[in-house]
Ligand binder design. Structure first.
Ligand SMILES: [Zn+2]
Length: 190
């Protein structure tokens, strides 16, 4: 394999690019403990996009790893996970947004949340970050789907239904690699 593009994503920023069919995207953990919100669109028809619910229902599971795929609402396979050193990536949590940090509502960060080494809560979330990253493609914020939360581990209480985000446990060098099964517009927040 040859490297077509290498991009480093600083914390609390986003990035988007088209991954042509057959090419692979590797999301590599640099510092450890980071979480990325990852969304995919059909680059040839931006109305078709990744679907959290289809991806779970069509494979009968709430977590996906190597060998599993990302589905669109039209039940088309958008990407296949070809490598994964982390093992589990959340498909429950929708996407953090300004609301979650400023409304005083549910935060869902089990064990507390210390972004940026305890500098307090951020003023915006992945929704706002991805809105910016996808602006060149004129994708309205409302059309950004719920993501695959890479390197995110959730605590799920199956008795009560309670859901909490655990502190990131990925280590530097962890990665997930996905092969595009169609021309994919991929966007990632850190
Ligand atoms: Zn987020």
């Amino acid at each position: 394999m040859t490297l077509a593009l290498d991009h480093r994503l600083p914390p609390r920023t986003g990035w988007a690019t088209v991954v042509p069919r057959g090419q692979r995207l590797r999301i590599l953990e640099v510092d450890g403990g980071q979480i990325g919100d990852f969304v995919v669109f059909n680059a040839d028809d931006l109305r078709e996009r990744f679907d959290q619910g289809r991806t779970k229902a069509n494979q009968g599971r709430i977590l996906i790893t190597k060998g599993h795929v990302l589905y669109s609402k039209s039940n088309n396979v958008m990407m296949t996970i070809t490598e994964d050193t982390y093992g589990i990536h959340d498909l429950q949590y929708g996407m953090c947004s300004r609301w979650i940090f400023t409304s005083g509502g549910y935060r869902g960060f089990a064990g507390g949340f210390q972004p940026g080494g305890g500098q307090g809560l951020p003023e915006f979330g992945c929704w706002e970050i991805l809105t910016e990253a996808l602006r060149p493609w004129d994708i309205p914020p409302e059309d950004i789907p719920s993501p695959l939360n890479v390197f995110q581990t959730m605590h799920i209480d199956v008795e009560t239904g309670a859901l909490g985000i655990l502190p990131g446990r990925s280590r530097p060098g962890d990665y997930i690699e996905l092969r595009a099964e169609m021309n994919c517009l991929c966007a990632l927040s850190a």
